[in-house]
Design a protein around this ligand. Structure first.
Ligand SMILES: Cc1cc2nc3c(=O)[nH]c(=O)nc-3n(C[C@H](O)[C@H](O)[C@H](O)COP(=O)(O)OP(=O)(O)OC[C@H]3O[C@@H](n4cnc5c(N)ncnc54)[C@H](O)[C@@H]3O)c2cc1C
Length: 282
């Protein structure tokens, strides 16, 4: 595997400035409120080859990249991808952030994205198998809390499922005792990325339940017997046991994240019990 360090403009590592930031080393840091110490993977920059591209929902592809040996991350974190030698670009540049949809124990680094008609997505979509891309990370704190007595409530808007696919796959594999509920909102079942796979995790993990909702099934080719409303207070209270208070995780397009975050706050949920990541650019 050829995954040596490389420096791409805008992708410089902070290694020189911070001697603790050695690629591949694990740093330990304290986290908030009653949680124990957790291991944090330290960021690095490397080149990675595209191994596989697969369709995971309508107009939505997963891309599997080579994972360098020794590279570690925590389920829920994200990476920055920079195109090397792109033949076209636009005002947004050649770098985008993507949550890691694969779990830490899985062999490849997988991302998933809606294939919109932008310069970056065209280049990514046309990347030949075996071609290289520059990767920097991991980044982010959207990771599962340690205190298993607190349930986790995940709220995913569309492609916002990516960090939760990683966390849920990891939890099933490690048989984590946390009770977990995923509210998964899409317009139509065609758009619901990793849907069957996450249904499979429900069977593997007795502590996990998914509540999918499809808000525009009138535009779908399929029938749907589940929830159809946007995620709201009533839907949450019917499905969540809030004793002890859960930790809420929200991910998706900025409008979804802002809306759900506001709804949670109006319901009286403390800011410290909400962790949110907006996928800027949607
Ligand atoms: C922490 C983090 C994690 C993320 N994880 C993911 C992930 O897992 N998967 C993922 O797909 N994205 C993720 N994103 C978002 C990702 O980085 C891109 O911004 C996003 O995919 C859009 O990229 P683009 O090239 O399609 O659009 P850009 O070229 O970045 O679009 C620029 C602007 O043009 C507009 N625009 C472009 N195309 C359209 C269109 N067809 N319709 C309407 N408006 C349009 C948008 O308003 C956008 O603001 C993440 C972002 C962050 C910050």
């Amino acid at each position: 595997m050829e995954c040596g360090p490389v420096v791409v403009p805008g992708h410089e590592t902070g290694d020189a400035a911070d001697p603790l930031r050695v690629p591949g080393l694990i740093r330990v840091r304290p986290v908030g409120r009653g949680e124990s110490m957790v291991a944090e993977a330290v960021e690095s920059t490397f080149e990675s080859r595209l191994l596989e591209r697969r369709k995971v929902a309508e107009r939505t592809n997963a891309f599997l990249f080579e994972k360098p040996s020794g590279f570690t991350f925590r389920a829920g974190q994200f990476l920055e991808f920079a195109l090397l030698n792109p033949t076209e670009t636009d005002a947004e540049g050649t770098t985008r952030s993507f949550s890691i949809a694969s779990a830490p124990h899985e062999e490849a680094l997988m991302i998933a994205t809606r294939m919109r008609d932008t310069a970056f997505k065209r280049q990514l979509g046309e990347l030949p198998i075996g071609a290289k891309i520059s990767v920097k990370g991991p980044f982010g704190d959207l990771v599962l809390h340690e205190d298993a007595s607190k349930p986790a409530v995940f709220l995913a808007g569309g492609i916002g499922i990516t960090p939760f696919r990683s966390i849920l796959t990891d939890a099933a594999r490690r048989q984590l005792p946390h009770r977990m509920v995923l509210f998964y909102s899409n317009r139509r079942s065609e758009d619901a990325t990793f849907f069957e796979e996450i249904e499979g995790l429900e069977r593997l993990n007795p502590n996990f339940k998914m509540v999918p909702t499809m808000t525009q099934m009138e535009n779908s080719r399929f029938s749907w017997g589940g929830e159809r409303r946007e995620i709201d207070r009533a839907m949450l209270s019917r499905r969540i046991d809030d004793d002890p208070h859960p930790v809420y995780y929200v991910a998706g397009p900025p409008r979804f994240v802002t809306g759900v975050h506001g709804m949670l706050r109006e319901t009286g949920i403390e800011e410290t019990d909400i962790r949110a990541e907006a996928f800027d650019g949607y």
